[in-house]
Design a protein around this ligand. Structure first.
Ligand SMILES: [Zn+2]
Length: 234
């Protein structure tokens, strides 16, 4: 899961914080800041919807509050639904805007994201809870997978594209090939898949971190290895 920096509340032309009349009004600012990808499954979004980290049904006071917003696809949004996420259990999950969520899961070919078993027991629990909350563990044979939910299939397609891109780069290590790969990656989405497939290519990982709008650079060292996020749980 890509760690993102949403930044401070956007300001109007007078420099005052924008007061969103409707939560949907924050959509374009969110796209500008964090790109039009699902903040959970990382799929590219044709119709990005403002996602409430703490659902408005549970925390009505946060309905129009910038710091409670991400962007999400229909499937992550409905898997999370109205499950209770509020001030009492917010810290039972990892969040892309405050944690280094790239450290929370392992991405592998042909599998749903997995809990990283090298994490300590507490973080493994948080990782597992987050996968379940968003339904990122849903893949064929999972009892809750619906026919329409093709997040798993899109992730596998992205993996295939990333592997072919890596092969092409090995045959033709030019800047134009690198540019082309980044174009393919940003239009395909699934940033974590690309970061994983290119794990031994520091230059490509730097480009991926920069090219996907709003990726939190502070979550990575100069060799693109993930590091603890300041103020985060991981
Ligand atoms: Zn999603």
């Amino acid at each position: 899961m890509r760690p993102v920096k949403r930044g401070d509340n956007p300001t109007d032309s007078n420099g005052n914080p924008v007061d969103f009349k409707e939560y949907g009004d924050a959509r374009d600012d969110l796209i500008k800041r964090i790109g039009d990808y699902c903040s959970y499954c990382e799929a590219p979004l044709l119709a990005p919807a403002v996602e409430h980290i703490q659902p408005k049904s549970k925390e009505a006071a946060l309905e129009k509050i910038w710091s409670n917003f991400l962007l999400a696809c229909t499937y992550c949004n409905s898997a999370k639904g109205n499950k209770t996420v509020d001030a009492s259990n917010l810290n039972d999950y990892f969040w892309a805007d405050t944690d280094n969520t790239f450290r929370a899961f392992i991405y592998e070919k042909d599998r749903a994201p997995q809990v990283d078993v090298s994490l300590n027991a507490t973080n493994q629990q948080l990782s597992n809870s987050t996968l379940e909350l968003i339904g990122l563990d849903r893949e064929p044979l999972h009892p809750l997978l619906t026919k329409k939910d093709r997040r798993w299939e899109k992730r596998i397609e992205a993996w295939g594209k990333a592997e072919r891109a890596r092969f092409n780069l090995s045959r033709q290590a030019t800047d134009s090939m690198r540019d082309q790969i980044i174009d393919t990656a940003t239009s395909t989405g699934f940033w974590s898949v690309w970061m994983t497939v290119f794990q031994d290519y520091v230059d490509m990982r730097r480009r991926l971190i920069n090219a996907f709008k709003g990726t939190s650079e502070e979550c990575f060292d100069h060799n693109t290895q993930p590091v603890q996020r300041a103020g985060g749980k991981i």
